[in-house]
Design a protein around this ligand. Sequence first.
Ligand code: PLP
Length: 507
Amino acid sequence: MRASVLSDWLAQRLDRGNGQPIYRQLHRLLQQAILSRELPAGAKVPSSRLLAKELGIGRNTVTQVYEQLALEGYVNSATGSGTFVADSAPDEIVGGPDADAAIARPAPSNSPLSSPLPAKRALSTRGARLIAGAGVSKRQWGAFMPGVPDVTKFPARVWSRLHNKYWRRLRPDLLTYAPGGGLASLRHALADYLRTSRSVRCTPEQIIITTGIHQSVDLAVRLLSDPGDVIWTEDPCYWGVRSVMHVSGLQSRPIAVDEEGINPSADDLAQPPRLMLVTPSHQYPLGMVMSLARRRMLLEYARQNQGWIIEDDYDSEFRYGSRPLASLQGLDTSGQVIYVGSFGKTLFPGLRIGYLVAPEALAESFATASAELYREGQLLQQAMLAEFIDEGHFTSHIRKMRTLYGQRRQSLLDAAARRYGDALPAVGGDAGLHLVMQLPPGSDDRAVAAAALERNIVVRPLSGYYAQPSLAPSGLLIGYACVPDEDIAPAFNTLGGAIDATLVELA
Ligand SMILES: Cc1ncc(COP(=O)(O)O)c(C=O)c1O
């Protein structure tokens, strides 16, 4: 390829007005040209003097870019004879400063150099599947965001006192990597709390501090299963953990739920899975509680078939009519349950601290794996949190929020009943941070959620939580926890406007 062709190609793409330094742009463009083989292995690139002149930029800039590309293995410089594209397959060179940026690994193409280069690195099959099935919302706050607590009520003063205290007497041991499993003081505080509040049977050593339920499930899946193994998931279930399982290469088998929780058929039972992921205290998202008979059946089935149960206990602290229910883990006598929980709902989601209770025999392996895979940190926050729990702030915050959310839940039920009576019933159990409002069979809950979003109201379509959305019941997940009481009725009226308009349009 002639040097002048490359210069023209670069000149067309360098953008002096986009705020990105010319050095960075030139570096990325040359990487793209090499990765796409538009600049083939062995090709000579123009001299820095010539390229700088043709592009109207400083020669130093070009020299620095060439040096950087040489360091990254894209080009070789031979003194006296010039700079050449490296012989090694450049698309196998990863980890450069912009490796995660939009560097193409395009399909071989016959296009001339002037054709546009693909903007994104091609995804792996599982990566593409993850992105195609992604459920995460761009909005994470406001009426009626499901699953988000009222973060404005978090006792910020206490937290900032603890924060100042720990930063005042700076401790290097809290600023380095965490030992596997997390900070001992937090593991002790949590063991006490889980024993008394959730009837979890554990020692502090069985507790592994993670960044939340997502990471806990990821860790359990990696340690206890191999790609291709089967995992039972409730149908419907939380999209987040479903995604974690999919990228791990597990085969997910959706199991129907009834009013007693997960309800495997004889066919299902005939093919024991390696893992079972359940939400016994408050089925997500429908809200039923797993019956004692079902709990016993599941534990016995896991024991007989050497399977593992992952118990996701994501919001069981918030039960309004009765005391919180005991965990499934507390009934387990043979070490088959991995219990996972989070401070995301009890304190605030952005804290990103959760926990996993491993069976005693596996506790050390879990702690080692966690350190090995995630190189844990956040010890300072863990120390603050341990003290926050020990001083009683955690339980008193939960108590306060339980009262508040109970009122908000009632306000939402009242607003729904005023507008729809029994026509659109709400379900969800007497617990949690959201309700599910049923929509008429056959109606398109995605269209309703989209219409609500246009009116600045966030709700989630129930069908999206099912394995086969097109066959799923229609409904909306409506979160009330983060909406001030006085805003609930007006926000529900706005939502009602979206529901009515969409249902009429679709009728
Ligand atoms: C059922 C369920 N499990 C897990 C999570 C996520 O937990 P974490 O934020 O600790 O990863 C959520 C969040 O809404 C959830 O609803």
